[in-house]
Design a protein around this ligand. Structure first.
Ligand code: TYD
Length: 146
């Protein structure tokens, strides 16, 4: 498991390419924890029935690593480390975005029939969430000065 800091740079959040096998009958992609990224998958969840106005996320995690994959359609992920932010549009089911701890994220601009699959490094734990942006920013700013 990767080490955990109180502050992470958005550049730690990387696009990961997964193997894809395409032929005339369709396409197959596979994802392996501890191979394509450096954590064991302990939980999978997915977002469906999304609309173009949906905004999901709006939080950071203290220890959780996640990989977000657009297994259908496309959407935008805004990642913010408290100082820098950027938007990444995920459009391919054989690509995922690794999101490290202490990164504020929102998912938005969903296409029609978008499905977002999330692979997570741990089971659900509400105590791992930071759901207030000002609290998040205070934590990362105060720890970036030590
Ligand atoms: P939340 O993480 O806020 O969703 P999103 O980031 O997509 O907006 O979770 C929404 C609700 O679902 C919240 O009440 C917690 C619950 N939940 C679980 O019970 N287990 C899970 O694995 C997840 C991700 C959420």
């Amino acid at each position: 498991m990767i080490g955990c800091n109180f502050s992470m740079h958005i550049n730690e959040c990387k696009i990961i390419d997964f193997p894809e096998f395409v032929d005339s009958t369709g396409s197959l992609t596979f994802v392996e924890g501890m191979n394509h990224f450096d954590f064991v998958i302990h939980r999978i969840y997915y977002l469906t029935r999304l609309t173009e106005n949906s905004i999901r996320g709006g939080h950071a995690h203290k220890a959780l690593y996640q990989v977000v994959i657009p297994i259908s359609g496309s959407f935008e992920v805004c990642i913010d480390d408290g100082i820098n932010s950027k938007r990444v549009r995920l459009t391919r089911p054989n690509q995922g975005l690794l999101i490290t701890p202490f990164i504020w994220r929102t998912l938005e601009q969903f296409s029609l029939n978008a499905i977002c699959l999330v692979l997570a490094s741990d089971r659900y734990n509400e105590d791992d969430y930071i759901r207030n942006y000002e609290s998040f920013r205070n934590i990362v700013i105060s720890n970036s000065n030590v």
